[in-house]
Ligand binder design. Structure first.
Ligand code: TXA
Ligand code: MG
Length: 349
């Protein structure tokens, strides 16, 4: 299949191209597009065959449900049977935005889209091009992140092209995304709403609007065998080709430990990568040191995490050592993705 790539500015996009992309979606084809979190791989959410094509293009297990992207609140009413009051409050506060909510699904949503579940995940993305595509595509776009299953989510069009060229109809390149980590997912099935996947909208931001919120135990005890409630969170994800280990503790101890680990591997003849920040990169004399961002602006760390993991895949390193990033607002989301990429390998110093 030939994949057409159309490049445009997110604020000033080519309306004709968006109409063409919308037509592809309505006819059952697949279009990758930018959102504020990561690039998505879109297909018509109400078309079971389109969902199958998405799973196939990504190489994704079909028990892992897709998020339906909508552009207005009326669309929500049609695909769910009930909207809890707390969900309405959160939608008022954070939609369009990086928040996905789980609802009981209505009959028009095929089981192929929800991985056989009777609930459906919905979000309204905060990106002009994404919203225009959803409208042009008929109102309901099922979209997982636009990466090959298991690889880091794409934060730039190049990442999508790397993974999906030849497998989908079109890629809309709207430039790099703004956040770089996937949306927060919240579920209302229990008395106290539960975060199934941490993201930019953190626990405090949710609690400010709806009161107490819990975090899925399967996420906190990620190595304990407790099953996470979002099926996708159980899979090993984002893993680079090299073995990745995260070192956590006081900054000086972390730097000393990473220097020691790097030196040992280099002495044994391996190439080593190090994930550092603008502040710490000079502390590592050996290894291929990459700066992920600055601790003065934690958003910069979130934004570059997936890109850095991909960059290391293009290098010959066998081991990667990363500092931990328990930053105040996005630390939970960043560490969730980083530790997943590391297969939960963490050294405490
Ligand atoms: O930011 C995002 O959410 C991006 C952009 C493209 O919108 N999308 C995204 O989709 O990250 P994906 O498919 O890579 O991740 C969706 C996650 C998976 O972990 C999946 O298991 C979970 O959402 N999920 C989907 N439907 C669910 C449901 N009904 N119940 C529980 N978890 C669900
Ligand atoms: Mg994904």
């Amino acid at each position: 299949m030939k994949t057409k790539v159309i490049r445009m500015k997110p604020g000033d996009f080519d309306r004709e191209a968006v109409q063409e992309a919308g037509r592809i979606i309505r006819e059952g084809g697949l279009v990758a597009f930018p959102t504020e979190t990561v690039y998505g791989l879109g297909g018509n959410a109400l078309d079971e065959l389109a969902a199958q094509k998405i799973y196939h293009a990504k190489g994704r297990p079909s028990d892992n449900p897709l998020i339906i992207h909508i552009a207005d609140m009326d669309s929500l009413e049609k695909i769910v049977t009930e909207i809890p009051e707390k969900a309405r409050l959160l939608a008022d506060a954070y939609w369009p935005g990086p928040l996905t909510m789980i609802f009981p699904k209505s009959d028009i949503v095929p089981c192929g889209t929800t991985g056989g579940m009777d609930t459906v995940a919905v979000r309204m993305p905060d990106h002009p091009l994404a919203l225009a595509l959803i409208r042009a595509g008929g109102g309901y776009i099922a979209a997982p992140s636009a990466n090959t299953s298991g690889r880091p989510s794409p934060t730039r069009s190049e990442h999508v092209e790397e993974d999906l060229t030849g497998k989908i109809d079109m890629i809309l390149d709207g430039g790099p995304v703004g956040i770089g980590l996937e949306s927060t997912i919240i579920d209302f099935a229990e008395d106290i709403p539960t975060i199934l996947r941490p993201g930019y909208i953190n626990r405090q931001m949710l609690e400010d609007i709806i009161g107490p919120v819990e975090i899925d135990r399967g996420l906190i005890a990620a190595d304990s065998g407790i099953r996470p409630k979002a099926p996708g969170m159980k899979y090993r994800h984002y893993a680079p080709n090299a073995e990745l280990v995260v070192v956590e503790g006081a900054q000086e101890n972390v730097q000393e430990k990473i220097r020691e680990l790097a030196e040992e591997k280099i002495r044994q003849g391996y190439q080593v990568g190090i994930i550092a920040t603008d502040e710490s990169s000079d502390a590592y004399p050996l290894g291929l040191v990459k700066k992920i961002g600055t601790r003065k602006n934690e958003e910069s760390i979130a934004l570059h995490l997936f890109g850095i993991l991909r960059e290391f895949d293009d290098c010959e390193v066998s081991f990667i050592y990363s500092e931990a990033f328990n930053t105040p607002r996005m630390g939970q989301a960043i560490m969730n993705r980083l530790l997943k990429a590391a297969g939960q390998q963490k050294i405490q110093v």
